[in-house]
Ligand binder design. Sequence first.
Ligand code: GRG
Length: 295
Amino acid sequence: MSRLEEALNEAQAVVVEQIDRLLPSTDLPEARVTEAMRYACLNGGKRLRPFLVLTTAGLFRVGASSAARVAAAIEFVHCYSLVHDDLPAMDNDDLRRGQPTCHKKFDEATAILAGDALLTKAFEVLAGPATHADPQVRVELVGELAQAAGHHGMVGGQMIDMLAASRAMDMMEVTRLQSLKTGKLFAFSCAAGPILGKAPIQQRQLLDAYARDLGLAFQIADDLLDVESSTEQMGKKTGKDMAAGKATFVSLLGVERARAQAQALVDQAIGHLDSFGPTADLLRDCVRFVVERKN
Ligand code: GRG
């Protein structure tokens, strides 16, 4: 097993344990929404965002339980976005991570509520004193995640994406759409370590630049997988963007140039990490993995 696989497995274990602790099953009358939240978050996934939180936190010697709480918070937001994205009003998908989507397993109203509650839970966790002793650090985490997830962040990107089927978009527009829709959560994940560790601004900027390139490389790889992979391999329906006539990096650049662009972004992302030396090796491995992954 490679050191990255080991670290991803470790991130998986840490975040599952933390989610289980933060979202225990209950026998209260509202138990159904808790079960839907647990279903949405405890059903696999690569846990890339938690891995980035834990790894960037490791660069600044942040306490394990602080990092684990922030890792769970970002996964709550990511999982909420997947639950809502899969709803009939949005992408209308039946399959996620190889299993029935939340609204298929439960029902639409429950899935909407579970997504709402996951988003809200993330902020409850970040604001909790156990996340960091310094309230200013907690407020900064709350503010940064709110911006990353909100109307000029992931939600804004999703809005543009929903409008994309009805109009042509060029490279600049697609790049902005994807930077908002997927890039912002990656950027928060890489900012979490330096925020928790009160790192100097220069280091924070380098990790932000790394995260931007990583996010775009991830999205180009996702677009390539969407045209080159099967539904079984991905655990979700593929070929949807093409069928909907949406502009993607692959439709704009073609497969070969898209692949070359992803590789250029990998090299650029790794370049931002030079001053961190070998302590950032896992982040270097991660960006290579993101473009080589098969799901
Ligand atoms: C509904 C507000 C709202 C936002 C939805 C992220 C998103 C916006 C939609 C997901 C649809 C999609 C396929 C986005 C492209 C990239 C992406 C985020 C893929 C899923 O992330 P992975 O591969 O998933 O990290 P796992 O399952 O491994 O956690």
